[in-house]
Design a protein around this ligand. Structure first.
Ligand code: HEM
Ligand code: HEM
Length: 280
């Protein structure tokens, strides 16, 4: 196949998609079976939109958006098309996160509960604000064609680092939120007495951690990175879906003028930098 260690990639990707899917089922079962369901009425059913939209949108959708460039069957698609998909999924994830915040603030105001008192809410709001900044900078630097090439290349390591950092913060915030909700919500029996709901939702927390771990693994393997446009175009098979097959003989170049965001992937693929642990 086209990609190095393709079977391992396929295994990791299937595991991420399966764990993400099961997490979605778990959060839906939590709110519909153990809790009050979903509604927009200022009551607990309105609060429940908060975990549902966070798990489905801000965690699962963001995770998929992060690894979308790495899917080898998309390497035959243009970089511009992949940028639209990456940006589009991230924008959708952001919309889910914002609606989930509106739900929890509206619920707090309707019930006269103070706003922004917990560590969960501080870290969570900071993550959403950083995410919106990442979106705006991503669109301005990589989608609007006026940004100079040197700036696109120079900003890429920061874009990748902050993307992964925000994703990890979102998972951490979700774990804090889940714990808070179980401690506040479980009365008879209490959380410490391990009722079925507590065990069920603890498993949801573990699933979210596993999902995050797999996404971070996929996104940090240098050999699974999308080849730069110059490398893809240099291959005679470019456009027929087998673009990666000649990767071993690909050109070595640091900043590709056609694809300045490419991060010198061909150098890493040649092995030497990978061996020395250097990523950029
Ligand atoms: C409240 C953000 C995930 C449970 C809040 C508040 C924010 C926030 C900003 C404060 C609302 C206010 O003060 O009116 C986030 C973000 C998440 C996230 C960014 C993304 C990871 C979760 C999850 C749960 C949860 C998965 C699980 C049920 C709660 C609870 C509150 C709350 C119980 C009310 C208590 C408090 O303000 O700390 N969240 N949340 N959160 N969230 Fe989350
Ligand atoms: C790559 C995160 C928004 C353009 C990446 C990577 C991450 C990431 C983690 C590394 C992926 C990899 O190595 O395969 C995010 C997050 C965003 C966001 C969390 C939203 C908050 C955007 C936007 C654009 C963009 C709006 C505009 C088009 C790119 C480009 C790459 C990239 C061009 C390089 C792909 C490559 O290596 O071939 N992003 N990103 N990102 N992102 Fe974003």
């Amino acid at each position: 196949m086209a990609m190095e260690n393709f079977k391992q990639f396929l295994f990791a990707l299937s595991a991420a998609v399966s764990v993400g899917f099961v997490s979605t089922i778990f959060v839906l079962r939590w709110v519909f079976y153990f809790k009050e369901g979903l509604a927009w009425d200022g009551e607990l059913a309105e609060f429940n939109w908060h975990p549902v939209l966070i798990v489905t949108g801000f965690i699962c959708m963001q995770g998929i958006a992060i690894v979308v460039y790495r899917l080898p069957w998309t390497w035959k698609c243009s970089k511009l098309m992949m940028k639209f998909i990456h940006a589009g999924l991230n924008i959708l994830a952001f919309i889910f996160a914002v609606i989930s915040l509106v739900a929890v603030f509206d619920f707090h105001n309707a019930q006269n509960i103070p706003n922004m008192y917990s560590l969960h809410s501080w870290v969570g709001l900071a993550a959403v604000i950083l995410y919106s900044l990442q979106l705006v900078l991503g669109v301005c630097i990589y989608l609007i064609p006026i940004t100079p090439i040197y700036l696109r290349a120079a900003f890429m390591p920061l874009h990748v680092y902050s993307g992964l950092f925000i994703f990890a913060s979102v998972i951490t915030t979700a774990l804090m939120g889940i714990t808070e909700k179980l401690i506040f919500g479980l009365k008879y029996p209490k959380y410490k007495d391990s009722p079925p709901e507590a065990n069920f939702v603890n498993v949801l927390g573990v699933l979210i951690v596993v999902f995050g771990a797999i996404i971070l693994w996929i996104a940090t393997r240098p050999s699974w990175k999308r080849p730069s446009e110059q490398v893809l175009r240099s291959l005679p098979t470019y456009g027929d879906g087998s673009a990666g097959t000649k990767m071993g003989t690909a050109l070595s170049q640091q900043t590709d003028p056609i694809d300045p965001e490419g991060n010198g992937d061909a150098r890493r693929r040649s092995g030497k930098l990978e061996d020395s642990g250097q990523v950029n």
